[in-house]
Write a new protein. Structure first.
Length: 465
């Protein structure tokens, strides 16, 4: 395998391709600025920048990733920039802002923060949002926030470009040199090593399940190296989203932004920016976590899945996909290739979603829920679809409650009845995130939040049971 590490082109003939990239850069290459922390994508101390040229593209794109969850195989053909690669003779603007605003105490989280904020400046993104996945054990958040806001004012709001020195001169030179040398990513071939094969996409679920283990017996087919699985294509009645499209790419798609205006906002509550750069749509649906955020959103949007085996392609509505706890209708010889999201060109179907977690950002849900509704007769609901996670063994379309509300007049009495009906459709359990009773009450409040957001004429005090 070959890759560019900072300013050096390297080959890695004797290293397991399944080795975490973090272990490779620290233990094999002696680059120790990216720090081991949680090992599960939660703390951001291991962040690096990954540049890649997608097939057909001439410019490399750079994104921040958690190197504890990326394997060496994933880095093949890419340009990896570690915190060392961002050090010039003088401090970069990011480093300077962190120092000037007192954001550095013990310094353990600092290299990850420098990478996160440099990535934000490189891509014209909000520094405050970029730092959402970076934990500081010394809790120096006030200084970190001030540094982020300063960088935002200095660079993002003034739309200063990389060339105008938004980032260190060294990084500009690195990116320019590597971009010229970087070839478009080679298409995935069937691996020749390992006794078992599995599909791997962003590795944000698999990597956590197999944290700290380089599993040589299992070879992965890296789905994000298959161009057709990374495409978003428009059709008359649906948008086809390749299963290996990342959450970040889905959030940025202009058609989906126009037709489902709040989708991007809800997706910003999914994990952290660096996890969203890795995690894929297909991985979220196939992993079948009972609280999978995207599954809950797409259930309410009436998405359909395209499942492909060697001999046939079939379609399955997402509502029929989940069978039991972590069990889906995907057969052992099948791959999820695409997700068909209905077009909403006149924006007549409205979406609202809520996620309640222990932390506002970068946490998985205790309970999440989404509702879509089409235009109905005056004063009435149109077709309603309500979904929820964390209240059953899998993400669930609340069919009875949705059918009950569809076509009914919009009034407080109907909402109160719907909340009673909803109770019979769910079976939450007590766990670390909350008691079953708490989750029941939470979901009723989320239903209220949906209808109050979608029908502002309703009054909260009238709808309470
Ligand atoms: C720190 C952290 C925070 C997280 N926060 C959230 C959150 O806020 N909300 C949330 O919902 N999830 C969250 N997750 C979970 C995870 O990020 C998502 O479920 C993600 O979408 C999984 O996608 P992936 O591409 O990384 O899957 P992978 O780990 O690559 O794969 C997951 C499973 O799906 C299979 N698979 C993947 N793609 C396909 C396909 N196309 N066809 C067949 N099988 C396939 C794999 O074989 C594997 O079994 C978080 C994870 C981490 C580590
Ligand atoms: S070590 Fe914590 S995110 Fe990688
Ligand atoms: S400065 Fe010590 S962990 Fe952040």
């Amino acid at each position: 395998m070959s890759l560019i590490l900072n300013d050096e082109s390297i080959e890695t003939p004797h290293v397991s391709p399944e080795m975490p990239l973090l272990d490779f850069i620290r233990n094999q290459r002696g680059l120790t600025a990216a720090k081991p922390g949680c090992g599960t994508g939660d703390c951001g101390s291991c962040l690096v920048l990954v540049g890649e040229k997608a097939p057909g593209e001439t410019q490399a794109r750079y994104r921040t990733v958690n190197s504890c969850l990326m394997t060496l195989a994933d880095a093949e053909g890419c340009h990896i920039i570690t915190p060392e690669g961002l050090n010039g003779e003088a401090l970069s603007p990011v480093q300077l802002a962190l120092v000037e605003h007192g954001a550095v105490q013990c310094g353990y989280c600092t290299p990850g923060l420098v990478v996160a904020l440099t990535g934000a400046l490189l891509n014209g993104e909000s520094p405050v949002e970029a730092a959402e996945g970076n934990l500081c054990r010394c809790t120096g958040y006030a200084g970190i926030r001030r540094a982020c806001e300063d960088l935002d004012t200095q660079f993002i709001r003034r739309e200063r470009t990389l060339a105008e020195a938004a980032v260190s001169g060294l990084l500009s030179a690195l990116v320019a040199a590597a971009s010229a040398g970087l070839k478009p990513l080679a298409e995935e071939k069937r691996p020749t090593h390992g006794n078992h094969l599995r599909f791997r996409a962003g590795n944000t679920d698999l990597g956590v399940q197999h944290a700290h283990q380089a599993d040589d017996a299992t070879a992965s087919i890296r789905l994000h190296r298959v161009p057709s699985l990374r495409a978003i294509t428009l059709h008359e009645r649906h948008v086809s989203v390749g299963a290996a499209v990342t959450l970040a790419e889905l959030r940025q798609d202009s058609t989906l932004q126009e037709e489902w205006p709040l989708l991007g906002h809800f997706l910003s509550q999914f994990a952290s920016p660096s996890i969203r750069h890795m995690a894929t749509v297909g991985g979220n649906l196939v992993n079948a976590s009972p609280v999978a955020d995207l599954a809950v959103l797409l259930l309410s949007m009436d998405a359909e899945l395209v499942l492909q085996s060697a001999s046939q392609e079939r379609r399955c509505s997402l509502a029929d996909f989940y069978l039991a706890y972590h069990q889906t209708a995907l057969r052992p010889d099948e791959l999820l290739t695409a997700i068909r999201i209905p077009r909403n060109t006149d924006v007549s179907r409205r979406l609202h979603a809520e996620k309640v977690a222990k932390r506002e950002r970068d946490d998985i849900a205790t309970v999440n829920s989404a509702m879509t509704v089409s235009n109905g007769l005056p004063g009435c609901f149109g077709e309603v679809r309500i979904s929820a996670g964390g209240v059953a063994a899998f993400p669930k379309l609340l069919m009875a409650t949705s059918a009950f509300l569809s076509g009914e007049p919009v009034n407080a009495a109907i909402i109160r009845e719907a909340m009673t009906l909803l109770d019979g459709e769910i079976a939450p359990i007590d766990d670390l995130r909350g008691s079953a009773d708490y989750k029941r009450r939470l979901l009723k409040h989320l239903l209220l939040a949906h209808v109050l957001a979608l029908y502002p004429e309703l009054r909260l005090e009238d709808c309470l049971p």
